[in-house]
Ligand binder design. Structure first.
Ligand code: DGT
Ligand code: CA
Ligand code: CA
Ligand code: ZN
Length: 597
């Protein structure tokens, strides 16, 4: 099966390789086609099966690209792309993941010094070979060297937003199999970490062979990496998935163990040891009545013929089937997976002071959205209707202001914003939900804003975001955001660091200082729920919560479909220990109006 994302990735590679060989215009056509195929709601392989014309019906997909898509779906490869790969045998995705290295640079460096991989790029930069290439200098070479570690890491991790739908689909599929009892995700994906090394899935079953067989038969399974009777790994949609099968009696223990984090587990195990208990993936055991050496990992004393795991099942079993019972027997309240990072959650669970975390159902509306007035794809009416349909009580229209980092014909100048006031008011008058009119204005490098102060004061809500100069040092970046946060009209700082997961580190910010300044100024700091951003990150949210400040969980939706990203923002808020009272959008529209004034 060829998923839309897979086809889109291939077209992006096609575009990169064309660009590397100096082709103009065409690469952008491929990239736009890739975007629209990735967003297309129907499966591309079914569409391709009905012919090229059907594929060409997708917006911005022309006949030439449609025929390549069909070629790929039918044969598994595209001749022209294979030729491009042969003439430029480089690891394109890995090399272009280095900030500042684009396809053209990759082409040049291959011609000049034969670089094909990240390792070769690093070696050449360290040897000073890159600064010798025409068009490059010592500064560029140093930049490349500085950005390689981030790139290397990004190559090994997948964005949550790419991995989570794969996990959801897999769990839904496994649930349909007879042999499968309970099924749940574990690992970092259950903790909703912003990037994922691999997806861990756990199944309770007495027939692990049937489960493993069902797993490898899954439609989305691409290649099997490792097949065992209780643990199998495969790749699906570019994501590595580890499946473990355990007996129902031990499901809770395995779920606890494989959810991690490793640091959380280490602290929990120490707590167990202090109670004379043994904690592992098979259960929680009271070993106080046993000889002390039974707990040792030295296999010499155990029966070599038996299951090695049997030496782990010792003493009196206290819990194993249910995860909640595992925690309860350790004298702890059940700890939500998002908190399991060893940052005080075990003490809080022991003292009964765990936070009551915000939930998706607590959110009453979005404070940062776009329409076709700037770079959104839909009218204000459509966006408001979609918000009402999903049960929201309010909706904020915050199109881009023109300014640093925003393409001129996308952003609104002050006149256009004034014109938009009447348009929003007209939609608001016709809508059952409360519609606020605002703007997403830009924070320049010095902290000044792109929109006139008087106009900002007239708007219902002002989101101010950094869109340019994202390489400032920590002091300058923090000063910049604090300046914007204390502007009398600013209500929300949008995607405060400007990071893009796996592709741009964003501003380095002293979060404690920003959080305290923003809390004093009654300005909310955004958790941008777009899975390419998740900005603020969970740790930064924690700083806001501890400073007594407010976070806003916004989708920054450019279309109704993007409202669905809200869950990623809520989970990120939970990773930062946020309760409903800490969250701007958990307010009712009347409470929000009061906050905005
Ligand atoms: P990832 O996949 O890199 O995003 O992160 P995780 O947390 O999913 O890590 P992974 O997939 O290597 O292992 C899943 C869980 O299994 C991990 O969170 C905790 C548990 N685990 C794995 N190895 C160890 C270990 O050596 N010690 C302990 N205590 N737990 C481990
Ligand atoms: Ca994992
Ligand atoms: Ca794993
Ligand atoms: Zn925005």
């Amino acid at each position: 099966m060829r998923s839309n994302d897979e086809v889109a990735r291939l077209l992006v590679e096609f575009a990169d390789r064309l660009e590397a060989t100096g082709v103009e215009y065409k690469p952008n056509a491929y990239r736009r086609a890739a975007e629209n195929i990735a967003d297309y709601p129907e499966p591309i392989d079914q569409l391709a099966a009905t012919g090229e014309d059907a594929v060409a019906e997708i917006d911005r997909v022309g006949d030439a690209i449609a025929s390549k898509v069909v070629e790929y779906v039918e044969t598994g490869s595209i001749d022209e792309l294979e030729d491009l790969r042969e003439s430029l045998p480089v690891e394109m995705a890995a090399l272009t993941s280095v900030e500042g290295v684009g396809p053209k640079t990759v082409g040049t460096l291959y011609e000049a010094v034969d670089i094909t991989t990240l390792d070769e790029l690093e070696a050449a930069a360290e040897a000073g070979e890159i600064q010798e290439v025409t068009g490059f200098g010592a500064k560029t070479e140093q930049n490349i060297l500085d950005n390689i570690p981030f790139a290397r890491q990004s190559q090994q991790r997948e964005r949550l937003g790419a991995a989570r739908p794969v996990a959801d689909d897999l769990c839904a599929y496994l649930d349909t199999l007879d042999a499968v009892g309970r099924v749940d995700v574990a690992g970092s994906i259950r903790r909703w970490k912003d990037t994922i090394g691999d997806v861990d899935v756990l199944v309770a079953s007495d027939d692990s062979e049937a489960v493993v067989e069902g797993f490898t038969d899954w439609d989305d399974a691409d290649d099997v990496i490792e097949a065992g009777s209780h643990k199998t790994s495969l790749r699906a949609d570019g994501v590595r998935v580890d499946l473990r099968v355990v007996v129902p009696d031990e499901f809770g223990a395995a779920l606890q163990y494989f959810t991690g984090s490793k640091e959380h587990n280490v602290r929990l195990r120490n707590r167990a040891i202090a109670q004379d208990y043994k904690l592992n993936e098979y259960g929680l055991f009271d070993i106080s009545a046993l000889d002390t050496d039974v707990d040792s990992d030295d296999p010499a004393g155990s029966d070599a013929a038996s299951d090695p795991a049997d030496s782990q099942r010792v003493g009196v079993k206290l819990a194993g089937e249910s995860e909640a019972a595992m925690y309860a027997e350790l004298g702890l309240a059940w700890i939500p997976p998002e908190l399991r990072e060893d940052t005080g959650e075990i003490d809080a669970a022991a003292e009964g002071t765990l936070p009551t975390l915000v939930e998706t159902g607590d959110i009453n509306g979005d404070c940062h959205t776009h329409s076709e007035w700037s770079d959104g794809g839909h009218s204000i009416e459509e966006m408001v209707a979609a918000a009402a349909d999903r049960g929201d009580d309010f909706h904020c229209v915050t199109d881009h202001a023109t300014g640093p980092g925003i393409i001129e014909d996308i952003g609104l100048d002050d006149d256009a914003l004034r014109e938009q006031m009447a348009a929003v008011a007209a939609v608001a008058a016709d809508s059952d939900i409360t519609v606020f009119h605002g703007v997403e204005t830009n924070i320049a490098a010095d902290g000044s804003l792109s929109t006139d102060d008087e106009l900002l004061a007239e708007l219902d809500i002002v989101v101010a975001s950094p869109h340019s100069a994202l390489d400032q040092d920590t002091d300058a970046a923090t000063d910049r955001l604090c300046e914007a946060a204390t502007h009398p009209s600013v209500d929300v700082i949008g995607h405060p660091t400007g990071r893009l997961l796996n592709s741009r580190a964003g501003l380095s910010v002293d979060m404690t200082r920003l959080a305290e300044t923003a809390a004093d100024a009654d300005t909310a700091l955004e958790i941008n729920a777009n899975p390419a951003r998740l900005d603020l990150a969970g740790e930064a949210v924690r700083a806001v919560v501890e400073a007594g400040g407010t976070v806003a969980i916004n989708t920054d939706a450019h279309s109704p479909a993007e409202f669905d990203n809200r869950r990623y923002g809520v989970k990120t808020a939970r990773r930062g220990w946020a309760e409903p009272a800490d969250v701007l959008n958990a307010k009712t529209s009347a409470e929000l109006r009061a906050f905005l004034h």
